[in-house]
Design a protein around this ligand. Structure first.
Ligand SMILES: NC(=O)c1ccc[n+]([C@@H]2O[C@H](COP(=O)([O-])OP(=O)(O)OC[C@H]3O[C@@H](n4cnc5c(N)ncnc54)[C@H](O)[C@@H]3O)[C@@H](O)[C@H]2O)c1
Length: 333
């Protein structure tokens, strides 16, 4: 299979590319290596992927439609997995335009390239943040999700609507993933696990929002990319192909799928797991809730299981320990 992945210098794209390369597929990466966080980390991920003979990469922005079209046309992918995005809930308050550029214009350019290349399946990243103010838990794909709490989530919800229209107009099979707080080695420095581990190892205070009254459905990155891999083969078909609890559209080959551990973990327990893995105590600086954030996320992962017969299951303590081991090795601490 020939798979073009956007966001291969990023956390999830890097792991997905590794998995597909290990399975013997051809992978073309596409990433603009933006400076939202440490570019060296992104360069190092791409350098590791380049060690595989079946990997090629284009380092360019999604907004550069000429570069994107050239990459897609030159590679002729069977499948496109679109993961590149401006991520992060908090940064979307400071710099909302970055989200319009990368997530709206950039995603449009990817959809247009996918249509022209007549790919068999286009899969794109959305987020659990689209559930916003929903209180019915665990979150299911069939729940109404119209109350986004951050501009980041709003752009991802827009991507879902754009993907649906494209699937309908062009009969292009589209799957949207809703990821739930992904963590693991080679993770993102702007996310809690990275910041907490650094603070705990350096003996500096860590900011604990909403006074610790937060719950997240943490998903280990190897489990997540295994779910993506299996969904590549679960191409959405017509409405008569719906499975139990499906989000499949009645008019288009389009569905939304949660990928989560289906287990909500208290933030304090998460910090306890980092303390156990590092052997150091955290200095906890309790803070109010951050604007745009939600107190809890929790995935109903039944649809993923129905479609792929797979359920993520890495225990938070094991996953955190593997991250801490990577962090210490990478930073020599
Ligand atoms: N990590 C999570 O917990 C999580 C949760 C929900 C959804 N997601 C989504 O999953 C996807 C991957 O996330 P990640 O955690 O790997 O993030 P990441 O920031 O590590 O990776 C995204 C990559 O996209 C690239 N990029 C950003 N804007 C670009 C642009 N305009 N043009 C070209 N490249 C650009 C960046 O350089 C980066 O390497 C994103 O769409 C994100 O919104 C992630």
């Amino acid at each position: 299979m020939r798979v073009l992945i956007t966001g291969t210098a990023g956390f999830i794209g890097f792991h997905l590319a590794e998995l597909l390369l290990q399975e013997g597929h051809d992978v073309a990466g596409y990433d603009g290596l933006t400076d939202y966080y440490d570019v060296t980390l992104k360069q190092r991920r791409h350098a590791l992927l380049r060690q595989h003979a079946r990997f090629t990469a284009t380092e360019a922005m999604l907004e550069d439609s000429a570069a994107l079209d050239a990459a897609v046309d030159g590679f002729a992918p069977d499948v496109i997995v679109h993961l590149a995005a401006q991520a992060g809930v908090r940064y979307s308050i400071e710099n909302p335009r970055a989200y319009v550029d990368a997530n709206i214009i950039g995603t449009f350019n990817v959809m247009e390239a996918a249509r022209r290349a007549r790919v068999q399946h286009l899969l794109m990243a959305s987020t659990s943040s689209v559930y916003g103010a929903n209180t019915e838990m665990p979150y299911a794909e069939t729940h109404k999700a119209d109350t986004q709490m951050s501009f980041y989530a709003a752009t991802k919800k827009a991507n879902e609507a754009m993907g649906h229209a494209w699937a309908h107009i062009h009969a292009l099979p589209v799957t949207m993933f809703r990821f739930f707080t992904v963590y693991g080695p080679w993770g993102r420095p702007d996310m809690a696990l990275f910041k907490f581990t650094r603070g705990i190892l350096e003996g500096t205070p860590i900011d604990v929002y909403n006074h610790g009254q937060m719950w997240r459905d943490f998903t280990y990155v190897d489990d997540l990319v295994r779910g993506i891999r299996l969904l590549i083969d679960a191409v959405p078909g017509g409405p008569d192909t719906a499975v139990e609890g499906d989000s499949l559209s009645p008019v288009a080959p389009f569905r939304v799928v949660n990928i989560g551990n289906s287990d909500k973990v208290r933030l304090e327990d998460f910090i306890d797991a980092i303390e156990a893995a590092t052997g150091h105590r955290a200095i906890r600086n309790y803070m109010d809730m951050q604007p745009g954030d939600v107190p809890a996320t929790w995935a109903d992962a039944a649809l993923l299981k129905q479609l792929t017969d797979y359920a993520p299951q890495t225990d938070i303590r094991d996953g955190v320990a593997r991250f801490v081991e990577w962090y210490r090795d990478y930073y020599g601490r």
